[in-house]
Design a protein around this ligand. Structure first.
Ligand SMILES: Cc1ncc(COP(=O)(O)O)c(C=O)c1O
Length: 375
């Protein structure tokens, strides 16, 4: 229903059963490890509160987010289980994180000092960069971070609850960086134990590593994209019946029969070759639908694939329905689990020259999220 009681013009329907089942299947791959559901960035565009709740129902021991604010939003939404956050610029609300019993990550001595200064007794996980060259202490800074954390622990100022890192190339199982990062992580753990510190939860694996590299499962796996039913990389062969949880659909705002030779949308990048029926779909890049998919994307209509034609605009796009019967209000499915013949988010990613992560995470604008099972 829309805010005014009618059916939504455009909706992202999230099948929470699919999400829960995907997460269970992924957790089963690492039965000896704790399971973290990664729900940052509004659960990759799926809705963080609802997905967080579904994740707990499916057995997630942990929820993972990037920022303190996201962790606090989970608390506001009613979640009271273990939550870890891992990305903060100076001035982050560590005191609020401690008060909300949220675990924080320290990637540098400076950051650790800020966390300690927030007071209370923060539960801190230490992050080492093993080769991604992004967040995490660089190898040469790692011993200093570990020593500083040991001193803060000895002074009763923090609890050290985990040691972790993130992989750069897990979606390419043959990439040599995977083995090198595992080795670097083991060396980083040796530094921790040599400093008399219990590393706590040791973790390294994202979705791709959970699927393909059991040696990375360690004490906990951090599963994001695959639980939403989207492969980390379309080339990765996945032996699990994962189902896309999100379906993006909209109701036709207009239907028009046009003659051959009709130019469609800005720039007339598409001109009809024969008399045909055009359907106007009320979503565009204002909703996060990638304009770069112009000329390549498809949609599902009445169980069939139809081309998205002409330039994708801010508020709308056009589908060529050929001779299919169509009326205003009929539903067009842009992507989903394929049950209406529609493409997947991965297909849209290929059409737009991006990755499935970006296709779902970027959704917003006027789209209304709805939740339930399959529909
Ligand atoms: C630190 C960290 N761990 C785990 C994940 C989950 O990755 P994926 O969605 O590939 O499973 C992410 C997401 O990028 C992340 O930033």
């Amino acid at each position: 229903m829309s805010a005014h009681g009618g059916p939504p013009q455009a909706e992202a329907h999230v099948d929470l059963d699919a999400y829960r089942e995907n997460l269970r299947l992924l957790g089963d791959l690492a039965p000896a490890s704790a399971l973290m559901a990664v729900v940052k960035a509004d659960a990759y565009g799926h809705g963080m509160t609802e997905i967080g709740r579904a994740a707990r129902q499916a057995g997630a021991d942990w929820l993972g987010v990037a920022t303190v604010e996201e962790a606090l939003a989970l608390r506001s939404g009613g979640d009271d289980g273990p939550v870890l956050c891992w990305l903060a610029s100076p001035g982050a609300s560590y005191a609020a994180a401690v008060a909300a019993d949220v675990e924080v990550t320290a990637s540098s001595v400076g950051q650790l000092e800020e966390i300690v200064a927030a007071g209370g007794r923060p539960r801190v996980q230490l992050k080492v960069d093993t080769g991604l060259s992004r967040n995490g202490a660089a190898p040469e800074e790692w011993p200093d971070l570990v020593e500083a954390a040991a001193r803060a622990r000895d002074a009763g100022r923090i609890e050290i609850t985990g040691t972790w890192s993130h992989l750069a190339c897990a979606d390419d199982p043959e990439h040599p960086a995977n083995e090198l990062q595992e080795r670097a992580f083991r060396a980083a753990l040796d530094v921790v134990t040599a400093a008399g510190v219990d590393p706590g939860l040791r973790h390294l694996a994202n979705s791709a590593a959970t699927l393909t590299r059991p040696s990375t499962h360690l004490d906990l796996v951090r599963v994001g994209i695959a639980a939403y039913g989207i492969p980390p990389d379309p080339r990765l062969s996945i032996d699990l019946p994962l189902r896309p949880a999100l379906t993006l659909r909209a109701r036709l705002a207009a239907v028009r029969r046009v003659p051959a030779g009709t130019g469609v949308s800005y720039g007339h990048r598409y001109v009809t070759e024969r008399p045909t029926t055009l359907g106007l779909v009320p979503v565009g890049y204002g909703e996060g639908v990638h304009r770069a998919a112009t000329g390549r994307a498809e949609a599902g209509f009445a169980g069939r694939r139809v081309p998205v034609v002409g330039t994708i605009c801010m508020d709308q796009l056009v589908v060529d329905l050929g001779d299919l019967p169509a009326d205003r209000g009929d539903v067009v499915t842009l992507f989903g689990d394929g049950s209406d013949g529609e493409p997947s988010a991965t297909d849209w990613a290929e059409a737009a020259g991006t990755i499935g992560y970006e296709v779902v995470t970027g959704l917003g604008g006027r789209i209304r999220h709805t939740y339930g099972g399959r529909r």
